[in-house]
Design a protein around this ligand. Structure first.
Ligand SMILES: NC(=O)c1ccc[n+]([C@@H]2O[C@H](COP(=O)([O-])OP(=O)(O)OC[C@H]3O[C@@H](n4cnc5c(N)ncnc54)[C@H](O)[C@@H]3O)[C@@H](O)[C@H]2O)c1
Length: 305
């Protein structure tokens, strides 16, 4: 059965180009009412143009779909959400995808390069999601997809700003998955690899052509659908490859008494051996080793508010 989005309202940020555009077109083909958000600036965050988002809206409408443009920065997430409410009266899906790059080695990185990357990627996703959140809670329904990067998961030379903001999105997503669970709000994260204007400067032409944004979109559409099977998970997606990534923890070592850095050095191989590794998916599971050592359960959750 095809995955339909009839009567669903989907916000895709940064939907004027690349991945976001591909996502928006596919959601619209599947019956969604789409808010096409895009500031319309350059890859480093310079400038703005209203025609970029409108161009995608025109394309969706020409194909018989339903969409509305929003040209605010994601930093004004409440305005992006307001566009959805004004046009369609609800929000079912948020795909946080907008992004820019300001690559520089850490030694050469200016504060402005750090700030804009944080503001567009992490603060922008926070603002859009924060504005959508109460509407999703009231509707007892929501699907959120964050767009991270392998630069955040593994680190990448020249992308300290981007890596920090991008992995921050995964931390945000994991907590939203926990806090949204009781309200049927699911939140997952994709780390895409695709040919786009962002990657045109770093990937050879033939590789760019093999990495069509359309090869990332199916994962985003499934994670945005009512039948989404998971929450709080991370997926690496690109070029027709879809994979899940998770944390891995060694069994670790126990010291029964006071111990020193020298004692730890002596047991380093054992502490860091991934033989019989654990794959905790929540804090309580990650603390199993510590609880064994202490002989008691640890409650690390803060008071619920
Ligand atoms: N292409 C890849 O291989 C790749 C890899 C890892 C992560 N990503 C992430 O995927 C997302 C999409 O990237 P892409 O490759 O399609 O790039 P892209 O440049 O083609 O698209 C990004 C879009 O975001 C828009 N945008 C930028 N700042 C904005 C703002 N403040 N408010 C609203 N819109 C804004 C841009 O105008 C642009 O249309 C980004 O978050 C990027 O970091 C891409």
């Amino acid at each position: 059965m095809s995955l339909r989005f009839d009567d669903r309202v989907v916000i895709v940020t940064g939907a004027g180009n690349g991945l976001g555009k591909s996502h928006a077109l596919d959601f619209a083909r599947r019956g969604a009412k789409v808010v096409v958000n895009d500031l319309g600036g350059g890859i480093a965050g310079e400038g703005a143009s209203k025609s970029v988002a409108q161009g995608v809206v025109d394309e969706i409408k020409a194909a018989g779909g339903e969409a509305v443009a929003n040209t605010d920065s994601v930093e004004d997430g409440d305005k992006v959400v307001q566009t959805a409410l004004d046009a369609y009266g609800r929000i079912d899906v948020v795909v946080n995808n907008a992004g820019v790059l300001r690559d520089a080695s850490f030694a050469k990185m200016a504060d402005a390069d750090w700030d804009i990357i944080y503001r567009v990627h992490l603060y922008g996703a926070y603002k859009v999601t924060k504005a959508a959140w109460p509407h999703m809670r009231n509707a007892n329904y929501g699907r959120i997809v964050m767009t991270t990067s392998v630069a955040g998961i593994y680190g990448n030379f020249g992308q300290a700003n981007y890596a920090a903001a991008k992995l921050g999105l995964f931390g945000l997503a994991q907590t939203l998955a926990i806090e949204g669970a009781s309200k049927n709000i699911l939140c997952n994260t994709v780390a895409p690899t695709a040919g786009s204007r962002l990657t045109a400067t770093v990937l050879p032409k033939e590789v760019l052509e093999a990495l069509k944004p359309e090869y990332v979109t199916p994962a985003v559409v499934l994670l945005g659908h009512e039948s989404c099977p998971v929450s709080g998970k991370l997926f690496e997606v690109g070029g027709g490859w879809v994979s899940q990534t998770r944390w891995e923890q060694t069994q670790g070592v126990f010291f029964r008494d006071d111990f020193s850095a020298e004692d730890l050095r002596a047991k380093w191989a054992e502490a860091t051996s991934f033989e019989n590794a654990r794959h905790a998916s929540k804090i309580s599971e990650s603390k199993t080793g510590l609880e064994e050592r202490l002989g008691r359960k640890l409650e690390l959750a803060p008071q619920k508010t």
